[in-house]
Design a protein around this ligand. Sequence first.
Ligand code: ZN
Length: 399
Amino acid sequence: MEHNKEESSLLTPEEVETREEIITGNLEDLKKLTRRRPVPVEVEKPKVEEVTNKIYNRGGQVCINLETQGRFALPQKLYFSDYTIEDVNNLSLSRKEDLLENLVVILNRLKNSDADCDLQDATLEEFQEILVGLKKQFSDEAYMHQWVCEVCQTDDDDQKINETYFDLNEIEYTSIEQAEIKLREFYRDLFNSIDDESFRDYLNKKYRDEPKSPDWTVDNEVESIKIKQYFYVPIKEDIYAFGFMTVGNLIRAAKIARKEFASRKHKAQNLRIHGMSLVELKQKQKDEIAAIADDEAKATILYSKALSLTMVNGKKLSDRERIDKYKDLPRKLLLGIEELIMKVEFGITGEKEFTCPMCGQVNKRSLQQELHPLLFLPFELSSSTGSGKSAGLDIYFGI
Ligand SMILES: [Zn+2]
């Protein structure tokens, strides 16, 4: 991401100003969840639909109440059947780079057929909730988390992995409404910290098509802030619409990066250097392949962020356009957007403390970041049917 000189003239160098630019930038539909500090909250956890009376249409399915409450591309509730043996087989035979995509295909089939949505449009938070819900219902409520101690395992090449069980029922969830409350608090503080002129300037930019009357107060404005599918940032004469990171963005970003690095990888794999010993050659090859993998990973991250830029002036962009336009945006502006998005947290939230059995130090981890979707694949078949129920309760004789 090179700093774009032409664009940078729009922004003052101070951090504060950058932030203000974004804020006044009419994050009208700012959909970031605020979650500066995870607050333990009473939330609806994914619940298993009561089976009584619903055996015939919902029997054996798990109902996931998504914390996004239907505001984005997925409905508030989704029902899923358990993975079939074939699904598990397909997943375990998948190449690593195809896993996520194959998982999306499978989940699209397992979801209730009347749900009009595509799981590649799920945000990462929604996807995480779904996978944890499936695991809880169909596999096991006890989850073994593998983690590396940050205190004593600093050697990248020789890290010992710790395994800690925890109960998936302990996970805390934060709804989009709660996130919105925090976001409003953030904006209230922000508005109160700027002078009236700056506030009016923010309003004029945000409501440029339908200006607010002069008696529109901070309270009015704070109440109007809602987290929806897109949030908007005016840049020069254009309005850029960004969405939250989705599973589909990740999959597409990885594909684009893979394609881009394919020939370099191929070259490295077929490296021949005249006069070099085989041992030296192997080492050189290994180093080169590791460097390429590193670059590819960085490109994937950049592209997945870029793909969250969805529209300019209401017009949907192709993936290539998203990446090109995103790369041209001023770096400070992008950092400001990221910073604001980080404040907004929904779905699985909270931290968990893991004590290292080797050094005894406590490691604090954010569960949202720690519980990667691919850790919840249905690979280990637990000996029980999960949820403490006996198998017989899901099987009906004599109907
Ligand atoms: Zn340790």
